[in-house]
Ligand binder design. Structure first.
Ligand SMILES: Nc1ncnc2c1ncn2[C@@H]1O[C@H](COP(=O)(O)OP(=O)(O)OP(=O)(O)O)[C@@H](O)[C@H]1O
Ligand SMILES: [Mg+2]
Length: 284
């Protein structure tokens, strides 16, 4: 375990930006996650992962990973390749279930959900997959329509309006008739984002939203993620290696190593951490 600053409530209050007067600015702030077995987290905690353990055969991937996300905020998870970041994210929508520990979302245990309850939860969570997850054989509009058709009762006119509105939102209204292969990498990420938000989710999970993009596109996609938080109150967890993206979107950053969250706090605090693994990661 790394040495941690004695923070005593240094967690940045909601909405407050880091500022020179704020005593807690830049300090590490340990996760405030309740014990397994202590019941639902407080109402303003939208996601709480408690002591998650997960192995595949002999491979221990999660080893007591814990983190909490406050409603309306963006959490960022960073860490080396193979550290268990994607595995952690998949527990939030029960694509994986833990061997031990509790994933709580919106006051309920996700690992215990089944049937309609699980379907409803998944519909309230947008998942931006690394590859964008669009069908190559369908145009952008057909991709969106397929998704709406499957998951909503909207009429054809309502679907058209929703698609138009969502594509405009990511500033790509003119791409509706195009096929994914005709779009640049940055446009594909934005279309992936449009698909993730078209069902108007409360929570968004981003797995490497900006990997492979040039700095201008990184900024565009990251700023869209910030607007989703600010204009729609969407809570999110983003996995990223990208410091520019993390810098733009993170209200709180977490570093995962050997299946455990070893540091949490502001991104600046993580960058200044004396932990050798973080120093190596951030090249400091
Ligand atoms: N379904 C699975 N079955 C078996 N092993 C798995 C499964 N999913 C993940 N793993 C293994 O768990 C480890 C962590 O995988 P994970 O995808 O979470 O890494 P990551 O931190 O997201 O890495 P990257 O930054 O490269 O995406 C890897 O060794 C991976 O091979
Ligand atoms: Mg991954």
């Amino acid at each position: 375990m790394a040495e941690r600053a004695a923070t005593g409530g240094a967690q940045r209050p909601r909405g407050e930006q880091p500022g020179e007067d704020h005593a807690g600015n830049g300090e590490l702030a340990p996760n405030r996650v309740a014990e397994v077995g202590s019941g639902p987290p407080p109402e303003d905690t939208i996601i709480e992962l408690r002591d998650l353990h997960k192995s595949f055969g002999d491979l221990n991937v999660l080893n007591g990973a814990s983190l909490a996300v406050e409603k309306g905020t963006s959490a960022v998870v960073m860490g080396g390749s193979g550290a268990g970041k994607s595995v952690l994210l998949k527990h939030i929508v029960k694509l994986l279930t833990p061997d031990h520990g509790e994933p709580w979302v919106k006051g309920k245990r996700v690992d215990e959900m089944t049937g309609d309850e699980l379907d409803d939860l998944r519909l309230s969570i947008g998942y931006l997959f690394q590859g964008g997850a669009l069908f190559d054989s369908m145009s952008v509009e057909e991709n969106m329509n397929f998704f709406l058709n499957r998951h909503t009762d909207l009429s054809e006119g309502e679907r058209t309006d929703r698609i138009e509105e969502t594509l405009s939102w990511v500033n790509l209204a003119d791409t509706a008739p195009k096929f994914p292969a005709e779009l640049s990498g940055g446009q594909q990420k934005r279309i992936g984002l449009a698909r993730a938000i078209i069902l108007q989710p409360e929570i968004l999970l981003y797995d490497e939203p900006t990997t492979g993009l040039d700095p201008v596109s990184v900024r565009t996609v990251s700023e869209l993620i910030v607007r989703l938080r600010d204009e729609r109150g969407i809570s999110s967890v983003a996995i990223t290696h990208d410091l520019l993206c993390a810098d733009i979107i993170a209200d709180r950053a977490h570093f995962i190593y050997e299946g455990e969250i070893i540091e949490s706090g502001s991104l600046e605090a993580l960058e200044r951490s004396n932990h050798p693994v973080l120093r190596n990661f951030f090249g400091s």
